[in-house]
Design a protein around this ligand. Structure first.
Ligand code: GAL
Length: 474
């Protein structure tokens, strides 16, 4: 749905907040992850969920650094920008809160900080962090920046970046570093601003607005073509992102249509960055998108990272690759070979508690919206995953994974709502030592929903959980 004005959240149900506060999040140290899995909570080295949205990645020496918005489950107030590092792009180590909430001021308590991007200035060797700064009601937006000598921070917040002495009063933003090291700030609508050599101010408006929508601006270059991706304005609801191409940043920009098949809502995500994974044999261009989940943006918002396909017709993400591998030395990617066993929802070993409807329309599912109703499955193996038929009236599923002594290893809430139905993996445990475990999934009685400042409501209409199937690795 295309909405002409910026869509911003205003409220969320308070009972959700209090219910969540009672839940300890994680109690488990993560195992090694063997691929990029979209749409699932990821765990860092401490077993905590990776919270880095509106993100970007930069490579520094032999590591990739992921910067993104830290979130809470209670409000949209800025809680800092997190930094993680990885060598393989699968396992993320929490490094630091690269920019914490400031004691006061524009990124102090009860403010908004979004879409953080970091670039290294090649001349000074300093790291520059750019971000959208705002009030909680989105009434004081500008592009801010912070600097650090070390990639992981701490970054010093410098306030707004200036162009002719004035702030850039835009909300959604991004960055792009061209091959010659020149840095650019992108803002919604497709405006491109050139940074000064020292990255501390803006010296030119390289490109004027392309379209009135075009949020989450994401730009990358392959060869001599620039690709500019953005979303429609639907707050945290997903929509069909689209893109333009040009051979110069100043345009002209040619509209090239949708990035993913129509009505797939960009595989339920909103763009934020494209990482070029350059290797000895190939370069994989990895689309990075956010699958937002308001109000549980800490626990339940996830990442959609997919390889981009190039053809004469342009770029595309033609299929949702649930899991894929990328060799960071050669730059080549491949779909992950599946070595899993499927447990259908009708399997007699799944124990259902309470009333569940067992439906078989196009897909066989078991559904319930009654809080506390649950199903559980005990298995021997090293990993378990959950596929949900995600639907517009679905809510958050409460997941608990225990060992055979009943000790809780993972506890999490996962979002099973989508505006348009899709069967998708919503949870995958870390890889565990081979043993007996029990997965219990219950109806939490919570659902993602929110409204924007025009009081347009978004999100789910009910609390259903719909089990399509479980998968296990033995
Ligand atoms: C989106 C935007 C996000 C966030 C959200 C708030 O459109 O891309 O970064 O600002 O709105 O509603």
């Amino acid at each position: 749905m295309l909405i002409q004005n910026p869509i911003r959240f205003i409220s969320a149900a308070l009972f959700v907040v209090s219910a969540i506060l009672n839940l300890p999040l994680y109690a488990q140290k993560a195992g090694k992850t063997d691929a990029i899995y979209s749409g699932l909570p990821w765990y860092d080295q401490n077993g905590k969920v990776v919270s880095a949205h509106g993100a970007n990645i930069i490579k520094d020496k032999d590591k990739y650094y992921l910067f993104g918005e830290a979130h809470s489950d209670t409000s949209n107030a800025f809680v800092g920008f997190n930094c993680y590092s990885s060598k393989d792009l699968y396992n993320w180590k929490f490094e630091s809160i690269a920019l914490p909430v400031q004691a006061s001021g524009k990124l102090g308590p009860n403010r908004v900080g979004e879409r953080v991007k970091v670039m290294r200035n090649q001349k000074s060797g300093q790291y520059f962090m750019y971000m959208h700064v705002d009030t909680l009601g989105y009434k004081d937006q500008f592009v801010g920046y912070a600097t650090s000598k070390n990639i992981t921070g701490p970054y010093q917040f410098k306030g707004s970046i200036l162009f002719n002495g004035k702030p850039i009063k835009k909300w959604d933003m991004g960055t792009f570093q061209d091959k010659d090291g020149t840095g650019y700030i992108l803002t919604h609508g497709g405006v491109i601003h050139q940074l000064a050599d020292d990255y501390k101010s803006i010296i030119a408006e390289t490109n004027k607005q392309i379209s009135s929508g075009f949020e989450s601006p994401t730009l990358f270059r392959k060869g001599n073509t620039y690709y500019f991706i953005g979303s429609n304005l639907t707050s945290w609801e997903k929509n069909d992102n689209y893109y333009y191409t040009a051979t110069a940043l100043s345009g002209p920009w040619t509209s090239r249509g949708l990035l993913a098949p129509k009505d797939k809502l960009t595989w339920n995500s909103q763009s934020t960055f494209v990482l070029a994974i350059e290797g000895s044999k190939d370069t994989t261009y990895m689309y990075m998108g956010d699958r937002w989940s308001y109000p549980l943006q800490l626990s339940s918002a996830t990442y959609v990272w997919q390889p981009i396909t190039f053809s004469a017709g342009g770029i595309s993400i033609p299929d949702y690759i649930q899991s894929w591998t990328v060799n960071t030395s050669t730059g080549e990617y491949a779909s992950k070979k599946s070595d899993i066993k499927v447990i259908e929802n009708t399997n007699k070993l799944i124990k259902y508690k309470g009333n569940w409807k067992h439906l078989s329309d196009s897909i066989s599912t078991s559904r319930s919206a009654t809080r506390g109703n649950a199903f559980s499955f005990t298995f021997k193996g090293i990993q378990i995953g959950l596929y949900s038929l995600s639907l517009p009236d679905n809510g958050y599923a409460a997941i608990i994974l225990t060992d055979k002594k009943g000790k809780i290893l993972v506890k999490n809430l996962v979002d099973t709502y989508t505006k348009l139905p899709s069967s998708t993996m919503v949870f995958l445990s870390p890889i565990l030592p081979k043993d007996e475990y029990t997965l219990t999934v219950s109806v939490s009685g919570l659902k993602p929903n929110w409204s924007d400042k025009k009081k347009t409501n978004y999100g789910s209409t009910d609390y259903n959980i719909s089990l399509d199937k479980l998968i296990i690795k033995e």
